[in-house]
Design a protein around this ligand. Structure first.
Ligand code: MLT
Length: 327
Protein backbone atom coordinates (compact mmCIF):
# COMPACT_ATOMS: atom_id res chain seq x y z
CA UNK A 1 0.00 0.00 0.00
CA UNK A 2 2.96 2.27 0.77
CA UNK A 3 3.73 2.75 -2.96
CA UNK A 4 0.09 3.52 -3.84
CA UNK A 5 -0.09 6.16 -1.07
CA UNK A 6 3.38 7.61 -1.85
CA UNK A 7 2.29 8.04 -5.49
CA UNK A 8 -0.86 9.90 -4.32
CA UNK A 9 1.18 12.04 -1.90
CA UNK A 10 3.67 12.99 -4.62
CA UNK A 11 0.77 14.10 -6.81
CA UNK A 12 -0.65 16.23 -3.96
CA UNK A 13 2.68 17.94 -3.36
CA UNK A 14 3.06 18.46 -7.12
CA UNK A 15 -0.36 20.11 -7.20
CA UNK A 16 0.89 22.43 -4.42
CA UNK A 17 -2.01 21.77 -2.08
CA UNK A 18 -1.53 22.16 1.65
CA UNK A 19 -2.71 19.23 3.76
CA UNK A 20 -6.05 19.45 5.62
CA UNK A 21 -8.82 21.99 4.73
CA UNK A 22 -10.26 24.07 7.61
CA UNK A 23 -13.96 23.14 7.93
CA UNK A 24 -16.16 26.27 7.71
CA UNK A 25 -19.07 26.14 10.16
CA UNK A 26 -22.44 25.19 8.58
CA UNK A 27 -25.66 23.90 10.15
CA UNK A 28 -24.88 20.55 8.51
CA UNK A 29 -25.80 17.87 9.44
CA UNK A 30 -29.34 18.35 10.71
CA UNK A 31 -30.46 14.74 10.08
CA UNK A 32 -28.98 11.24 9.64
CA UNK A 33 -26.45 10.61 6.85
CA UNK A 34 -26.75 7.58 4.56
CA UNK A 35 -23.50 5.75 3.84
CA UNK A 36 -24.00 3.57 0.77
CA UNK A 37 -22.04 0.29 0.86
CA UNK A 38 -21.99 -1.30 -2.62
CA UNK A 39 -21.70 -4.89 -1.35
CA UNK A 40 -23.42 -7.31 1.01
CA UNK A 41 -23.32 -6.87 4.77
CA UNK A 42 -20.49 -8.60 6.60
CA UNK A 43 -17.94 -8.19 3.80
CA UNK A 44 -14.79 -6.03 3.88
CA UNK A 45 -16.34 -2.80 2.60
CA UNK A 46 -19.26 -3.18 5.02
CA UNK A 47 -17.01 -3.92 8.01
CA UNK A 48 -14.75 -0.92 7.31
CA UNK A 49 -17.80 1.31 6.77
CA UNK A 50 -19.36 0.31 10.09
CA UNK A 51 -16.13 0.87 12.04
CA UNK A 52 -15.51 4.31 10.52
CA UNK A 53 -19.22 5.19 10.42
CA UNK A 54 -19.48 4.84 14.19
CA UNK A 55 -16.85 7.51 14.77
CA UNK A 56 -18.13 9.78 11.98
CA UNK A 57 -21.54 9.88 13.62
CA UNK A 58 -19.96 10.82 16.94
CA UNK A 59 -18.07 13.72 15.37
CA UNK A 60 -20.92 14.91 13.16
CA UNK A 61 -23.57 14.51 15.87
CA UNK A 62 -25.97 12.58 13.60
CA UNK A 63 -26.39 8.84 12.93
CA UNK A 64 -24.51 7.48 9.92
CA UNK A 65 -26.81 4.83 8.49
CA UNK A 66 -25.30 2.02 6.42
CA UNK A 67 -27.30 1.16 3.31
CA UNK A 68 -26.09 -2.03 1.60
CA UNK A 69 -26.93 -1.92 -2.08
CA UNK A 70 -25.64 -4.81 -4.18
CA UNK A 71 -25.26 -5.53 -7.87
CA UNK A 72 -22.93 -5.37 -10.87
CA UNK A 73 -19.71 -5.52 -8.83
CA UNK A 74 -20.68 -2.39 -6.86
CA UNK A 75 -21.42 -0.22 -9.88
CA UNK A 76 -25.20 -0.22 -9.26
CA UNK A 77 -24.71 1.46 -5.89
CA UNK A 78 -22.03 3.79 -7.23
CA UNK A 79 -24.40 4.98 -9.95
CA UNK A 80 -27.01 5.69 -7.26
CA UNK A 81 -24.43 7.56 -5.17
CA UNK A 82 -23.23 9.65 -8.12
CA UNK A 83 -26.82 10.70 -8.84
CA UNK A 84 -27.83 11.39 -5.22
CA UNK A 85 -28.66 14.90 -4.00
CA UNK A 86 -25.34 16.75 -3.46
CA UNK A 87 -26.43 17.86 0.03
CA UNK A 88 -24.04 15.82 2.18
CA UNK A 89 -26.72 13.38 3.34
CA UNK A 90 -25.73 10.60 0.90
CA UNK A 91 -22.13 9.43 0.71
CA UNK A 92 -20.53 6.19 -0.50
CA UNK A 93 -17.72 3.87 0.57
CA UNK A 94 -16.15 3.20 -2.80
CA UNK A 95 -13.00 1.31 -3.56
CA UNK A 96 -10.37 0.34 -6.10
CA UNK A 97 -13.01 -1.64 -8.00
CA UNK A 98 -15.97 0.75 -8.08
CA UNK A 99 -13.80 3.86 -8.53
CA UNK A 100 -10.98 2.63 -10.79
CA UNK A 101 -11.15 -0.89 -12.29
CA UNK A 102 -14.80 -0.51 -13.34
CA UNK A 103 -13.86 2.11 -15.93
CA UNK A 104 -12.18 -0.52 -18.12
CA UNK A 105 -14.58 -3.34 -17.22
CA UNK A 106 -17.78 -1.47 -18.11
CA UNK A 107 -17.49 0.40 -21.43
CA UNK A 108 -20.87 2.02 -20.72
CA UNK A 109 -20.28 2.73 -17.03
CA UNK A 110 -22.99 5.18 -15.90
CA UNK A 111 -20.57 7.34 -13.91
CA UNK A 112 -17.04 8.73 -14.16
CA UNK A 113 -15.21 7.95 -10.90
CA UNK A 114 -12.83 10.90 -11.41
CA UNK A 115 -15.52 13.42 -12.41
CA UNK A 116 -18.94 12.52 -10.99
CA UNK A 117 -17.82 12.30 -7.37
CA UNK A 118 -16.38 14.71 -4.83
CA UNK A 119 -13.62 12.85 -2.97
CA UNK A 120 -13.96 13.04 0.83
CA UNK A 121 -10.90 10.98 1.78
CA UNK A 122 -8.98 7.74 1.75
CA UNK A 123 -9.97 5.37 4.55
CA UNK A 124 -7.82 2.26 4.41
CA UNK A 125 -5.59 0.18 2.24
CA UNK A 126 -6.49 -3.51 2.10
CA UNK A 127 -3.82 -5.95 0.89
CA UNK A 128 -5.30 -8.74 -1.24
CA UNK A 129 -4.71 -12.46 -0.61
CA UNK A 130 -4.84 -15.51 -2.88
CA UNK A 131 -7.05 -18.00 -1.04
CA UNK A 132 -8.18 -21.62 -1.38
CA UNK A 133 -10.75 -23.81 0.29
CA UNK A 134 -9.48 -25.81 3.29
CA UNK A 135 -9.02 -29.08 1.39
CA UNK A 136 -7.69 -27.51 -1.80
CA UNK A 137 -4.73 -29.79 -2.73
CA UNK A 138 -1.96 -27.15 -3.18
CA UNK A 139 0.02 -26.35 -0.03
CA UNK A 140 1.98 -23.34 -1.27
CA UNK A 141 1.87 -20.81 -4.09
CA UNK A 142 4.13 -22.82 -6.40
CA UNK A 143 1.84 -25.85 -6.06
CA UNK A 144 -1.20 -23.57 -6.47
CA UNK A 145 0.12 -22.30 -9.81
CA UNK A 146 0.87 -25.82 -11.08
CA UNK A 147 -2.44 -27.27 -9.83
CA UNK A 148 -4.63 -24.47 -11.18
CA UNK A 149 -2.93 -24.58 -14.59
CA UNK A 150 -3.42 -28.36 -14.77
CA UNK A 151 -7.00 -28.47 -13.48
CA UNK A 152 -8.58 -25.13 -14.44
CA UNK A 153 -11.37 -26.72 -16.43
CA UNK A 154 -12.85 -28.19 -13.28
CA UNK A 155 -12.23 -25.25 -10.93
CA UNK A 156 -14.68 -22.62 -9.65
CA UNK A 157 -13.43 -19.19 -8.61
CA UNK A 158 -15.60 -16.96 -6.44
CA UNK A 159 -15.83 -13.17 -6.68
CA UNK A 160 -18.11 -10.26 -5.80
CA UNK A 161 -19.14 -9.34 -9.32
CA UNK A 162 -17.44 -7.84 -12.37
CA UNK A 163 -15.76 -4.65 -11.17
CA UNK A 164 -15.20 -5.78 -7.61
CA UNK A 165 -11.77 -6.03 -6.01
CA UNK A 166 -12.02 -9.81 -5.78
CA UNK A 167 -12.93 -10.03 -9.48
CA UNK A 168 -10.28 -7.56 -10.67
CA UNK A 169 -7.37 -8.92 -8.65
CA UNK A 170 -8.15 -12.51 -9.60
CA UNK A 171 -8.45 -11.37 -13.21
CA UNK A 172 -4.84 -10.22 -12.81
CA UNK A 173 -3.90 -13.56 -11.19
CA UNK A 174 -5.61 -15.65 -13.87
CA UNK A 175 -4.08 -13.61 -16.69
CA UNK A 176 -0.62 -14.13 -15.17
CA UNK A 177 -1.33 -17.89 -15.04
CA UNK A 178 -2.98 -17.85 -18.46
CA UNK A 179 -6.14 -19.54 -17.15
CA UNK A 180 -9.90 -18.89 -17.19
CA UNK A 181 -11.68 -20.81 -14.43
CA UNK A 182 -15.46 -20.89 -14.07
CA UNK A 183 -16.21 -17.69 -12.18
CA UNK A 184 -19.01 -17.66 -9.64
CA UNK A 185 -20.36 -14.20 -8.72
CA UNK A 186 -21.72 -13.30 -5.28
CA UNK A 187 -23.17 -10.05 -3.89
CA UNK A 188 -20.02 -9.51 -1.92
CA UNK A 189 -17.05 -11.41 -0.54
CA UNK A 190 -18.96 -11.89 2.69
CA UNK A 191 -21.18 -14.54 1.03
CA UNK A 192 -18.31 -15.66 -1.25
CA UNK A 193 -16.20 -16.45 1.82
CA UNK A 194 -19.04 -18.53 3.27
CA UNK A 195 -19.05 -20.59 0.06
CA UNK A 196 -15.24 -20.98 0.19
CA UNK A 197 -15.35 -22.15 3.82
CA UNK A 198 -18.07 -24.64 2.83
CA UNK A 199 -15.89 -25.88 -0.05
CA UNK A 200 -18.53 -24.93 -2.65
CA UNK A 201 -15.92 -22.96 -4.59
CA UNK A 202 -12.18 -23.68 -4.94
CA UNK A 203 -10.34 -20.37 -4.75
CA UNK A 204 -10.70 -16.59 -4.70
CA UNK A 205 -8.86 -13.32 -4.11
CA UNK A 206 -10.00 -11.14 -1.25
CA UNK A 207 -9.13 -8.18 0.92
CA UNK A 208 -7.34 -9.17 4.12
CA UNK A 209 -9.90 -7.50 6.41
CA UNK A 210 -12.52 -10.06 5.35
CA UNK A 211 -10.47 -13.20 5.88
CA UNK A 212 -7.82 -12.63 8.54
CA UNK A 213 -9.73 -14.50 11.24
CA UNK A 214 -10.64 -17.43 8.96
CA UNK A 215 -7.04 -17.80 7.81
CA UNK A 216 -5.82 -17.64 11.43
CA UNK A 217 -8.40 -20.32 12.34
CA UNK A 218 -7.33 -22.57 9.44
CA UNK A 219 -10.83 -22.53 7.88
CA UNK A 220 -9.30 -21.54 4.52
CA UNK A 221 -5.82 -21.56 2.97
CA UNK A 222 -3.89 -18.37 2.20
CA UNK A 223 -1.20 -18.81 -0.47
CA UNK A 224 0.16 -15.27 -0.74
CA UNK A 225 -0.44 -11.59 -0.12
CA UNK A 226 -0.10 -9.20 -3.06
CA UNK A 227 2.06 -6.66 -1.26
CA UNK A 228 5.79 -5.95 -1.04
CA UNK A 229 5.74 -6.73 2.70
CA UNK A 230 4.03 -9.49 4.67
CA UNK A 231 1.04 -8.37 6.73
CA UNK A 232 1.74 -8.00 10.47
CA UNK A 233 -1.54 -9.78 11.21
CA UNK A 234 -0.69 -12.80 8.99
CA UNK A 235 3.09 -13.08 9.37
CA UNK A 236 3.13 -16.68 8.06
CA UNK A 237 1.58 -15.78 4.72
CA UNK A 238 4.35 -15.12 2.18
CA UNK A 239 4.33 -12.25 -0.25
CA UNK A 240 3.58 -13.12 -3.88
CA UNK A 241 7.24 -12.34 -4.64
CA UNK A 242 8.46 -14.77 -1.97
CA UNK A 243 6.05 -17.34 -3.42
CA UNK A 244 7.45 -16.94 -6.93
CA UNK A 245 4.70 -14.76 -8.49
CA UNK A 246 6.08 -11.22 -8.21
CA UNK A 247 3.75 -9.96 -10.95
CA UNK A 248 0.79 -10.41 -8.62
CA UNK A 249 0.85 -6.99 -6.97
CA UNK A 250 -2.62 -6.41 -5.58
CA UNK A 251 -3.73 -4.10 -2.87
CA UNK A 252 -7.09 -2.40 -2.71
CA UNK A 253 -8.18 0.77 -1.01
CA UNK A 254 -11.49 1.95 0.41
CA UNK A 255 -12.49 5.62 0.41
CA UNK A 256 -15.41 7.97 1.03
CA UNK A 257 -17.03 9.83 -1.83
CA UNK A 258 -19.89 12.31 -2.11
CA UNK A 259 -21.83 13.28 -5.25
CA UNK A 260 -20.05 16.02 -7.19
CA UNK A 261 -21.39 19.53 -6.49
CA UNK A 262 -21.66 18.75 -2.76
CA UNK A 263 -20.84 22.16 -1.18
CA UNK A 264 -17.17 22.52 -0.23
CA UNK A 265 -17.83 23.48 3.44
CA UNK A 266 -19.84 20.24 3.86
CA UNK A 267 -17.11 18.19 2.12
CA UNK A 268 -14.55 19.77 4.44
CA UNK A 269 -16.64 18.82 7.48
CA UNK A 270 -16.83 15.23 6.23
CA UNK A 271 -13.08 15.13 5.50
CA UNK A 272 -12.40 16.56 8.96
CA UNK A 273 -14.64 13.95 10.58
CA UNK A 274 -12.90 11.16 8.66
CA UNK A 275 -9.54 12.56 9.74
CA UNK A 276 -10.68 12.44 13.38
CA UNK A 277 -11.87 8.86 12.95
CA UNK A 278 -8.50 7.79 11.49
CA UNK A 279 -6.72 9.56 14.36
CA UNK A 280 -8.91 7.87 16.96
CA UNK A 281 -6.98 5.17 18.83
CA UNK A 282 -9.88 2.72 19.11
CA UNK A 283 -10.92 3.10 15.46
CA UNK A 284 -7.33 2.64 14.35
CA UNK A 285 -6.91 -0.45 16.52
CA UNK A 286 -10.03 -2.09 15.05
CA UNK A 287 -8.93 -1.39 11.47
CA UNK A 288 -5.30 -2.42 12.04
CA UNK A 289 -6.30 -5.69 13.76
CA UNK A 290 -8.06 -6.64 10.52
CA UNK A 291 -4.89 -6.02 8.52
CA UNK A 292 -5.85 -2.62 7.09
CA UNK A 293 -3.04 -0.25 6.16
CA UNK A 294 -3.93 3.25 7.30
CA UNK A 295 -2.90 6.25 5.19
CA UNK A 296 -0.60 8.86 6.64
CA UNK A 297 -2.34 12.15 7.46
CA UNK A 298 -0.97 14.02 4.41
CA UNK A 299 -2.10 11.23 2.09
CA UNK A 300 -5.70 11.01 3.29
CA UNK A 301 -7.63 14.08 2.13
CA UNK A 302 -9.65 15.15 -0.89
CA UNK A 303 -6.71 15.94 -3.18
CA UNK A 304 -4.82 12.76 -2.29
CA UNK A 305 -7.90 10.68 -3.09
CA UNK A 306 -8.56 12.52 -6.35
CA UNK A 307 -4.96 11.81 -7.40
CA UNK A 308 -5.22 8.16 -6.35
CA UNK A 309 -8.40 7.56 -8.37
CA UNK A 310 -6.70 8.93 -11.49
CA UNK A 311 -3.51 6.90 -10.98
CA UNK A 312 -5.43 3.70 -10.25
CA UNK A 313 -7.63 4.05 -13.34
CA UNK A 314 -4.38 4.44 -15.29
CA UNK A 315 -2.87 1.40 -13.56
CA UNK A 316 -5.75 -1.09 -13.88
CA UNK A 317 -7.01 -0.19 -17.36
CA UNK A 318 -4.08 -1.77 -19.29
CA UNK A 319 -4.06 -4.80 -16.95
CA UNK A 320 -7.75 -5.39 -17.62
CA UNK A 321 -7.40 -4.79 -21.36
CA UNK A 322 -4.47 -7.26 -21.51
CA UNK A 323 -6.55 -9.90 -19.70
CA UNK A 324 -9.00 -9.91 -22.62
CA UNK A 325 -12.79 -10.43 -22.56
CA UNK A 326 -14.18 -10.99 -19.05
CA UNK A 327 -17.36 -12.85 -19.86
C1 MLT B 1 -17.08 -6.60 -0.35
O1 MLT B 1 -17.22 -5.76 0.54
O2 MLT B 1 -17.79 -7.57 -0.49
C2 MLT B 1 -15.89 -6.44 -1.28
O3 MLT B 1 -15.36 -5.19 -1.23
C3 MLT B 1 -16.19 -6.94 -2.61
C4 MLT B 1 -15.05 -6.85 -3.58
O4 MLT B 1 -14.82 -5.79 -4.09
O5 MLT B 1 -14.37 -7.86 -3.80
Amino acid sequence: MAHVLSRALAAVVALGFAAGPAAAQTDYPRRPITLIVPFAAGGPTDVISRIVGEHLSRTLGQPVIIENMVGAGGTTASTRAARANPDGYTIEMGHMGTHAASVALYPNLAYKPDADFAPIGLVAGTPVLILGKKDFPPNDLKEFVTYVKANVDKLNMAHAGVGSVSFTTCLLLNSILGVKPTSIPFNGTGPALTALIAGQVDYMCDQIVNVVQQVQAGQIKAYAVGTAERSPVLPNVPTSKEGGLPEFQAQAWNALFAPKDTPQPILDQLTDALDKALDDEQTRKRLLELGSVLPAKAGRGQQALAALVKSEIARWTPIIKAAGPTN
